[in-house]
Design a protein around this ligand. Structure first.
Ligand SMILES: NC(=O)c1ccc[n+]([C@@H]2O[C@H](COP(=O)([O-])OP(=O)(O)OC[C@H]3O[C@@H](n4cnc5c(N)ncnc54)[C@H](O)[C@@H]3O)[C@@H](O)[C@H]2O)c1
Length: 509
């Protein structure tokens, strides 16, 4: 592993090398690869990163030059399908190697900001998965780094921002075609099973557990049963995937699936600030396991002009906790996962990552934008999110980048602030929660349906109490919490983590 001293040397040298050569983003594209190929390194590719490989593989003139993963079994598997790529387990070695011009990151959430900043400091273009960071502070540093290295092209992994139908619907809503937006709803009804009781795992030799943690505090792997196996043939010590359900690494489904819907909902609201107020309600219901994050959650982000209401459900609609049915109840016209935007004169529904439909006040569909995502031909890579990133790199301009880093930061700050409200909350009876939120009709209505949904699953909120989150206010300029709960909300390890020794989050570049 690289020592802190070597790490500083690496960062300084990479940044100096870029500066000394006077390379602009355009010249990076020009000097890249022997045949003018853009040489990309993919980081963390067991699951989501394998989609990055597929998308990048469709784009002409892009070469997968390096594969990096802290699990050497994952690297070995990747090298079989990409025999000309170089394999790495430490991203810093890959960045130093001179093998890549651009880096596409799909490692776990707690790695994004630090690896993103290192990538920019090394003078490489960056594609980084959502959420932008594990906490608000880290996200702010990555945004600052991307401003500092402004010739490098950064794309955030909120790929719906490249959805053509969604983009067209957004344009019309922003132009006021359907009247003012009254409320935007992010719906995430996605089955999440129990991960079982805590169980201590031996970490297999193929995983570098120190690097896997990076800036996060090192903890034992106690994650019950691994629920997402991705054809693994050997034990992985339950290191992968279920980290999503532990605060040290993930942020529950809010930071996993729902951030996509929240990002689109906020995009419809046409706001480019964090929300000034947030409160949430939720809990982990229906089973008892070792995970920490809620599986049932509602929140309201109160923007001055219209609220953003989020609903997450991990249990089924038919109450069969471990039964075969993953069917969920539908709210209004929403699919299980989607966005509903209620405007003065129409309702816009986004049912997938590409299309949108418009309904009039009587519920008749009056317009549709784009094809359903399954029908979109992405075989040439031309309309994909990675393709948009590569196109901007080739043009040497971020003007047309579809998911700017700052936008992903704002949506990331929304999910973190809702989670912080939850984490600072207290268990209350349904009556107490109703009383506390009755002035917020949108949240009260979502809570009433949440109780019905839990009831079907045999959960009665007067017996099993839910957590009523602390109401939080945010200064939209400083992006810090203010008011009664400010000290706890801004605290280290809640909104901020500066990074373990050797993996400190840079604040100057
Ligand atoms: N945009 C999308 O639609 C979408 C979909 C799924 C996941 N994601 C995001 O992708 C990321 C990965 O999710 P996942 O479900 O694939 O997780 P995962 O745990 O299944 O896979 C993560 C991979 O990263 C590797 N890794 C961990 N630390 C690393 C490090 N320091 N350097 C290099 N590799 C490292 C792991 O060994 C593993 O192979 C998450 O941030 C998630 O939010 C995005």
């Amino acid at each position: 592993m690289m020592s802190p001293l070597n790490r500083r040397h690496f960062i300084k040298n990479s940044a100096l090398a870029a500066a000394a050569l006077g390379l602009s983003a355009r010249s990076y594209a020009q000097v890249s690869g022997a045949n003018g190929d853009l040489r990309v390194g993919v980081v963390g590719f067991r699951s989501r990163g394998s989609e990055h490989l597929k998308e990048l593989g469709k784009i002409k003139g892009v070469r997968i030059a390096a594969l990096c993963d802290v699990d050497s079994d994952v690297v070995a598997k990747g090298l079989k399908s990409h025999p000309n790529a170089k394999g790495f387990t430490d991203i810093r070695k890959m960045l130093e190697s001179g093998e890549v011009d651009a880096v596409s990151i799909a490692s776990p959430n707690h790695q994004h900001a630090l690896q993103g900043i290192w990538t920019l400091q090394a003078g490489k273009h960056l594609y980084v998965e959502k959420p932008l960071s594990h906490n608000i502070f880290e996200g702010q540093q990555l945004v600052a780094a991307s401003k500092h290295f402004d010739k490098l092209i950064v794309q955030a992994g909120t790929q719906s921002r490249s959805g053509q139908g969604i983009r067209a619907a957004i344009k019309d809503v922003h132009a006021g075609v359907y009247g003012k937006v009254k409320v935007a709803r992010a719906i995430c009804y996605k089955r999440r099973k129990s991960i079982g009781p805590a169980k201590k795992h031996e970490i297999p030799a193929n995983i570098d557990y120190d690097l896997w943690h990076g800036p996060a505090d090192i903890q034992e792997s106690i994650r019950g049963n691994q629920t997402d196996k991705v054809n693994e043939t050997t034990s992985t010590g339950a290191v992968h995937y279920d980290w999503h359900w532990f605060w040290n690494y993930g942020g529950g489904d809010l930071c996993n699936q729902a951030i996509h819907e929240i990002d689109i909902a906020r995009w419809f609201l046409n706001t480019h600030e964090v929300a000034p107020e947030v409160v949430s309600v939720g809990g982990r219901f229906g089973y008892s396991d070792c995970a920490e994050t809620p599986n049932t959650f509602i929140s309201i982000h109160n923007y001055a002009h219209a609220p953003l209401i989020t609903e997450v459900r991990g249990l089924t609609a038919n109450g069969k906790i471990d039964g075969p049915s993953d069917k969920f109840g539908k709210f209004k016209r929403s699919p299980e996962i989607g966005i509903i935007v209620e405007c003065e004169n129409a309702t816009i529904v986004v049912p997938d990552y590409n299309s949108a439909q418009v309904y009039d006040k009587d519920g008749n569909q009056v317009k549709s934008y784009g094809k359903a995502i399954e029908q979109v031909d992405l075989s040439g890579g031309a309309s994909g999110h990675h393709a948009n990133w590569v196109e901007c790199i080739r043009k040497g301009s971020a003007e047309n980048i579809h998911a700017p880093v700052r936008e992903c930061f704002l949506s990331t700050a929304l999910v973190h602030s809702a989670n912080i409200s939850f984490r600072l909350g207290a268990k209350k009876s349904a009556g107490e929660i109703n009383d506390a939120i009755k002035s917020s009709s949108g949240l009260a209505e979502a809570f009433s349906r949440m109780q019905d949904h839990l009831g079907v699953n045999g959960v009665k909120l007067d017996e099993t109490k839910a957590i009523l989150g602390a109401p939080l206010t945010v200064d939209t300029k400083t992006e810090l919490f203010t008011g009664a709960n400010a000290a706890a909300a801004n605290a280290d390890l809640v909104a901020k983590r500066t990074g373990r020794k050797g993996f400190e989050i840079p604040t100057t570049f």
